[in-house]
Write a protein that binds this ligand. Structure first.
Ligand code: FES
Ligand SMILES: [Fe+2]
Length: 448
């Protein structure tokens, strides 16, 4: 039988060619734009520490051309790229014991942009007291260089997340350029169902077979975090994956290789990352890949593959043969191919997109009033991202989807309720509480 197609929806190419403008409120980050100004209120990674060697590094962040370098004294400078004298690029400058010298006429700038010397000017010239090179505060952490591009009187605390302090975990920095706007890269983190399709069912299994199971989903907005809780049935176990993003472009993802076959309680993250705009049509993920014996027990991850333009997870960079991208498509090309800037007005968002919609609304509200960050405890900010696998056999006759949701909710509530605990004890305390709820089974009371 021929499918009956409504006349107004078949062969409509001619009538569907118009491309509306992108949502500039969320996607534009040049100086003076609302999202650009929001992002400038947060410390942003701008390069890897390892990239600061003998010569300066040209970088582009939120539409600003900058240069980063480490001077002879070990201090990091992040300066406007064009010399304040007559505009030559400081990427061709000479790194000095203190600061950097422009190649063209030798003007000498400190890491804070003050002019140390203008060697061609006569003695007594006041020009160096009137000029300065634009500069931003910079600092290094875990092999990444962070800069603060916002108003100098509003420098925020540097966020020190709990996942940077876990015993036995090594953090390995990486960066990956994307030829598209930052938002479509970032919002992939709140699109848990793409893992079922893109990573499991539409090509080769890119992670583990468990990712191909359809999860029961909850989405939560908790202060400056937007989270999903994805709960999957794996035999007699339930795998609860709790992932978070933070205002405006921070995110973490749980361990990558979970198969749901063995119990684990509050196993922490596989990667921490920031999606930083280079300009409106280019962005870079700066991240920290986490390695530990527990996270890498299956021996799949490979530290040696983590660095500039490289990650040990399938499909994360654009450096693969086009044929492979077509046949076994990864995150990179799925995201970049949404157009240089995804056009929200053309989308047909459905139930799979609840997390993306929640995130966009969260960001729109943050433009008006940035949410207060989750308070630090002893200087350390608690985060939620984790995998928990516990034995919860299916209940005969009960709706398993409802059980999965209830288990996920109980796990998430247990983790969030532990925010105020001493960071030194929190992970063990959360794991103990999760073991307890596995015994008390609060979900058994949930309506079937
Ligand atoms: S342009 Fe830099 S010193 Fe002249
Ligand atoms: Fe993905």
């Amino acid at each position: 039988m021929n499918e009956v197609r409504p006349k107004d929806r078949a062969y409509q190419g001619y009538h569907r060619r118009e491309i509306p403008r992108e949502d500039g409120r969320l996607t534009h980050t040049d100086p003076g734009t609302p999202m650009g100004e929001l992002m400038r209120r947060y410390w942003q990674p701008v390069c890897l520490s390892a990239q600061l060697a003998e010569v300066p590094l040209a970088i582009r962040i939120m539409g600003e051309d900058l240069v980063a370098f480490r001077d002879g004294g070990g201090r990091v400078g992040v300066l406007h790229r064009h010399c304040t004298h007559r505009g030559a690029s400081l990427e061709f400058g000479r790194i000095a014991e203190r600061g950097i010298r422009c190649c063209y006429h030798g003007w000498h700038f400190d890491v804070d942009g003050t002019v140390i010397d203008t060697p061609g000017e006569p003695p007594g010239s006041s020009i160096k007291h009137n000029a300065c090179q634009g500069a931003y505060p910079a600092r290094e952490a875990h092999g990444l260089v962070f800069a603060y591009l916002g108003p100098p009187d509003a420098v925020p605390d540097f966020p020190d997340y709990d996942t940077f302090h876990l015993p036995g975990v090594e953090l390995v920095p990486y960066s990956i350029k994307h030829d598209c706007n930052w938002l479509q890269v970032h919002e992939n983190l709140m699109d848990p169902l793409h893992a079922v399709f893109l990573h499991s069912r539409m090509g080769a299994v890119q992670l583990t077979a468990a990712w191909g199971e359809m999860p029961a989903l909850e989405f939560l907005e908790l202060g400056d975090r937007v989270c999903y809780v994805a709960s999957r049935r794996i035999g007699d176990n339930v795998w609860v994956r709790f992932n978070e993003v933070g205002t405006p472009n921070f995110g973490q993802v749980g361990g990558f290789w979970e198969d749901g076959l063995a119990e684990t309680f509050f196993q922490r993250v596989g990667a921490t990352r920031w999606t930083v705009p280079s300009d409106d049509r280019h962005s870079t993920i700066f991240g920290l890949r986490h390695f530990s014996d527990e996270l890498e027990a299956k021996g799949i991850g490979n530290k040696a593959l983590v660095g500039v333009e490289s990650l040990d997870i399938y499909g994360q960079t654009g450096h693969r043969p086009y044929d492979e991208m077509q046949r076994n498509t990864g995150d990179w090309e799925a995201e970049v191919s949404q157009r240089p800037i995804a056009i929200h007005a053309l989308e047909h968002r459905g139930t799979t997109d609840r997390g993306v919609v929640l995130l966009r609304n969260h960001l729109l509200r943050a433009l008006a009033a940035p949410p207060a960050p989750v308070p630090a405890v002893s200087g350390i900010v608690p985060t939620y991202t984790s995998n928990t696998v516990m034995r919860v056999p299916p209940r005969g006759g009960a709706d398993d989807h409802a059980t999965l949701k209830a288990v996920g909710r109980a796990v998430a509530e247990t983790i969030v309720a532990a925010n105020a605990l001493d960071p030194a004890d929190r992970a063990a305390a959360v794991a103990a509480r999760l073991r307890k709820i596995r015994e008390s089974r609060p979900w058994a009371k949930a309506p079937a």
